[in-house]
Design a protein around this ligand. Sequence first.
Ligand SMILES: [Zn+2]
Ligand SMILES: [Zn+2]
Ligand SMILES: [Zn+2]
Length: 322
Amino acid sequence: MGGRPVIELRWDPTLGEWVLVSAIREERPWHPRHACPFCPGGGETGRGWDVLIIENRYPVLKPDPPEPSTHNFYGTQKSIGRCYVVIETPEHGLDDISDLPVEHIVKVVNAVRGKVVEASKQARATYLLWFRNKGEEVGVSLTHPHSQVYVTPFIPSKVLRELSNSLKYWRSTGRCLFCTILRAEVSDDVRVVFRNSSWVAFIPFYAHWPFEVHIYPRRHVQLLTQLSRGEVKGFAEALKTVLCGFKNLFRRPMPYVFALHQAPLRGSYPHYHLHLEIYGMFRSTGLLKYAGGMELGGGNFTYDSTPEANAELLRRALSRCA
Ligand SMILES: [Zn+2]
Ligand SMILES: [Zn+2]
Ligand SMILES: [Zn+2]
């Protein structure tokens, strides 16, 4: 090795999943000393935009990656793909995506949707994950509002498990697992935190993180590109409201991660159902929930309090949102 920094996928044969190795990431600045690289007028950003998607300068996946290392036992694969940064607004000082008007969040969603269209035409592009990390607690180094898009050559493990379980359910009952979950949540009503004509947001019965909110479209759709204009607007409204509630819950805004789960870019997955998962990481006491021994070591979550009680707290917090 030596020369170019290593960037490759390494296969974990015990868990059966890929690890994205990138030595390029080591050079990543924590708080950049100079100007914000996401503000308008920078070398990569230019001017005259509302939402801008640029290549991530510290990628874990590249369109032209070097050959991976070879090993007499372990498996590797080229880190072929894309890593983008979605700069959600030119305004540096906003705290969160929820501070943007609904119409502007619609523009963000449509920009990501454009990447889904683009990625579906790229050879080797298998999956597009849109995600957002918020808060120093989850390692966010740049505060300028942004999210990220990874186009991967494999289906992420969590989505793969959902695809497999929802296929089993589809085959044994003829029904969509997610439509059934949605019906159960709406019928129980105690964990629903927000609803409009096209979306429902709830803390699922089986939530892992304390304030884990799932936002489901009422219609059975698989990809971001299948949403109607009205559904995109309804989604922006649901996202804004839930994240505004996260701000109001405690004295400090809640750190969170969200990820959009949609079907893979190619192939047919009629049993799958697009949804957004938000992992709000404060416990009901306002203290950070860490993934500890049971979570990291065992792979199962412990839940302090109940999803029903936390949904009640969140409903109260988001009733104070304009
Ligand atoms: Zn900035
Ligand atoms: Zn469904
Ligand atoms: Zn999911």
